[in-house]
Design a protein around this ligand. Structure first.
Ligand code: BGC
Length: 405
C-alpha cells in the first residue's frame, strides 16, 4: 500500500521535494541577506543590497563565513558582499555557526546556484569534501583568513601575517612586563591560552608568540603557571591551553579553574590571550578575584588580544585589556574580492597591499597536500597610545569611533 503510493506519486513527489528544497533555499538566502543587511559593513551599508552590474556580468560569488560569535566575521561577510557587488558580481553570504556540516551544505548550495568563485573561511578540515566538489565543478576557491588544511583542491589563500600577530602579542607582554631588563631573581608569571585547535591560524599565533617568549622562559625570567607547550607541535600541552571553536565561555571557565588551581598561589603578571573575544572573557574571570580587581586594590595582568574589536579597544583605552592586534579586515575583504575577480577573469593575480608569500614564507600556504599561493596583509599592534589607528582607518561606526577619540 505504502509502496504503491510512493510509486504513484514518484515523479510528483520528486517535484514536490525540489519545490520544498528551493523554497527552503530561498528562505535561507533571504535570511542570509537579511543578516548581511542588518550587520553594517564598513564598506558602506548603502550599497549592501545593490545588485552587481559592470563587466563581471553579475556572476555569483559564494561567501562562506565560519561563525558569528566572534564579531569580526559578521563584518567580513558584510564587507565581502558589498565589495563583490561593487565589482559587478552577485554575492551570497552564509555563516556556518561553527558547524562544519552546516557550512558544507551552504557551500553545496552556492555550487548548485552556479557560483563562479567561492571565498571560504572554514570551521575545520571537514570542509575538504565541499572544496573537492568545487574543484570537480571547476569553481576556484579562495581560503579566506584561515588556511584550509589537508586539501589539494584549491590554489589561493589570503590572510594576514599570522605569525607576526603572535609576535605582536608577545611583544605587548615583553613591553608590559619590562622583560628586556628583568632578571631571574625577580621572575614574572604568565599563563597561556591558545585559539581553536581546529583552526590552523591558532598555531601560527601561538608559535609567533612563543618565538618571542620562549627565550625568557628558558632563562628563568618568565615562569609559566599551568600547561606549557613550547610550541604548537607539543600537541598534548597545546590541546590543554586551546579553546575549542574560540568559544568565550570555555576560556572563562578555564581561567576560573586556573585561578583556583595552577595559578592559585601565584600572582599572574600576564596572560597570553589569542583574540579579543577570549581576552574579555578571561578579564571577566580575573575580575572575580580580588588579587586582580582594581576596585579591591588588585591589579589586572597584562592581557593580550587580537581583532581590534570595539569593546576591547575601549577596554584598552580605559586601561583594562593591555593590547590588541588590528587586522584591517575591510582591506582583507577588498583584496579577496579583487583576487576572486582576477582569477575568474583568468588574469595573473596582482593584489595591491598584499604580498605573495615567497621563500621560506611560502610555507604559510602549505596545506599538507600542496602549497597554495598565499597573499599576506600586514597587522598593526595597538596599545593605549595608538587606539586612534583603527578609528582613523574607519574601522568603526561613528558612535563607536566617538567613544574612542
Ligand atoms: C582569525 C581571528 C579570529 C579567530 C576566531 C581566526 O582564524 O584569524 O581573527 O579572532 O579566528 O574567530
Amino acid at each position: 500500500m505504502k509502496k504503491e503510493k510512493i510509486k504513484k506519486t514518484g515523479k510528483n513527489g520528486k517535484m514536490e521535494k525540489i519545490r520544498k528544497l528551493s523554497m527552503a533555499l530561498a528562505i535561507v538566502l533571504a535570511v542570509g541577506s537579511l543578516i548581511v543587511c542588518k550587520k553594517e559593513g564598513a564598506a558602506g551599508s548603502s550599497q549592501s543590497q545593490s545588485q552587481g552590474s559592470g563587466q563581471s556580468g553579475g556572476a555569483l560569488v559564494g561567501i562562506a563565513m565560519p561563525e558569528t560569535h566572534v564579531q569580526r566575521w559578521q563584518k567580513d561577510g558584510a564587507n565581502l558582499k558589498i565589495f563583490a557587488e561593487r565589482q559587478g558580481y552577485q554575492a551570497q553570504v552564509a555563516y556556518g555557526d561553527a558547524d562544519q556540516n552546516q557550512q558544507n551544505r551552504q557551500i553545496q548550495t552556492f555550487l548548485t546556484n552556479g557560483a563562479k568563485a567561492l571565498i571560504v573561511a572554514n570551521v575545520n578540515d571537514g570542509v575538504g569534501a565541499a572544496i573537492a566538489d568545487a574543484a570537480r565543478d571547476k569553481v576556484p576557491v579562495i581560503a579566506y583568513d584561515r588556511l584550509i588544511m589537508n586539501s589539494g583542491d584549491y590554489d589561493y589563500y589570503i590572510t594576514f601575517d599570522n605569525f607576526k600577530v603572535g609576535q605582536f602579542q608577545a611583544q605587548g607582554i615583553e613591553d608590559g612586563l619590562g622583560l628586556k631588563t628583568a632578571t631571574p631573581d625577580n621572575p614574572k608569571t604568565i599563563t597561556l591560552f591558545a585559539g581553536s585547535p581546529t583552526d590552523n591560524n591558532a598555531k601560527f599565533f601561538f608559535d609567533g608568540a612563543m618565538s618571542v617568549l620562549k627565550p625568557y622562559i628558558d632563562s628563568g625570567v618568565l615562569k609559566v603557571a599551568g600547561p606549557y607547550p613550547p610550541s604548537s607541535a607539543d600537541n598534548d600541552n597545546f590541546q590543554r591551553i586551546a579553546t575549542e571553536n574560540w568559544q568565550a565561555p570555555i576560556a572563562k571557565t578555564r581561567m576560573e579553574n586556573l585561578l583556583n588551581g595552577d595559578a592559585k598561589d601565584a600572582v599572574l603578571d600576564a596572560i597570553l590571550a589569542p583574540n579579543d573575544t577570549l581576552a574579555r572573557a578571561i578579564i571577566e574571570a580575573c575580575l572575580t578575584d580580588a588579587k586582580y580587581n582594581p576596585s579591591s586594590g588588585g591589579k589586572l595582568p597584562v592581557v593580550t588580544g587580537q581583532d581590534a574589536e570595539f569593546a576591547s579597544v575601549l577596554s584598552i583605552k580605559n586601561g583594562q585589556q593591555y593590547m590588541t592586534v588590528f587586522k584591517d579586515t575591510n582591506k582583507l575583504a577588498e583584496a579577496a574580492v579583487l583576487l576572486a575577480d582576477q582569477i575568474i577573469k583568468g588574469q595573473t593575480p596582482n593584489i595591491p597591499g598584499a604580498t605573495l608569500a615567497a621563500g621560506p614564507l611560502a610555507s604559510i600556504g602549505d596545506t599538507g597536500r600542496k602549497t597554495v599561493q598565499a597573499y599576506l596583509l600586514e597587522p598593526v599592534i595597538i596599545r593605549q597610545n595608538n587606539v586612534n589607528v583603527p578609528v582613523d582607518a574607519g574601522f568603526y561606526g561613528e558612535a563607536e569611533a566617538a567613544q574612542l577619540r
